[in-house]
Design a protein around this ligand. Sequence first.
Ligand SMILES: Nc1ncnc2c1ncn2[C@@H]1O[C@H](COP(=O)(O)OP(=O)(O)OP(=O)(O)O)[C@@H](O)[C@H]1O
Length: 240
Amino acid sequence: MPLLALHDVGKSYGALKVTDGITLSVAEGETLGILGPNGAGKTTLFNLVSGDVPVDAGRIEYQGRDITRLKPHHRCRAGIGRSYQVPQPFGAMTVFENLVTAACFGGQLPERQAWLTAHEVLQETGLLPHANKPAGGLTLLNRKRLELARALATRPKLLLLDEIAGGLTEPEAQELVAELRRIKARGLTMVWIEHVVHALLSIADRLFVIDFGRKLAEGPPQAVMADPQVRRVYMGLEAA
Ligand SMILES: Nc1ncnc2c1ncn2[C@@H]1O[C@H](COP(=O)(O)OP(=O)(O)OP(=O)(O)O)[C@@H](O)[C@H]1O
């Protein structure tokens, strides 16, 4: 049984079909990379899985259970954690307080357990030296780390990452990828939307490419990147 399964999922805004009959599944322990041009409907797909936005059509299953109509906070408590493309920390709170809040309210941990979890996540994401700084004053790399850390503090079984490497310099992106590799190695299932293709390729087990809300390609990373349609539509390259 896959951890996550989408069956013919659809979403429209007015006449615009943003998600058009998407069917995909994610196996436990897998890292699925999602690619697609700007406006292809990638973030919308995450919004549908996390419940931030209701679906118009189709069904979403998590751990074999139909969660299509479940509220976002219940999905979070069931183990679906996500980051946002634009980091959304509580800027006036410290890094540590942000994580305790995520662990208490997202992960529903009792306070003592939330503190311990926040500490573990600080270590895992390299944020320990910044624990007592206000989140609003962090560098972009550390804001991205905090976005990752806030999702981890909810103790997810499925982690959805939305362009976590976007805007970083090459060495910063490499640091973040190294952290994600360690997280992957402990068996966490991840779905990662990313435009920084080489970062995604260094970790993804499988790719799923979206264009105009539809599946364009799916499969092993090398095969997908060699697909003439993907090269033309996504990378603007002529087919070899
Ligand atoms: N709430 C909304 N109301 C109207 N249109 C929306 C809404 N949310 C998204 N869209 C439109 O849906 C389309 C897909 O948006 P989405 O953010 O999912 O794309 P994306 O693939 O994540 O893009 P990017 O790579 O630029 O982040 C875009 O045309 C966007 O303008």
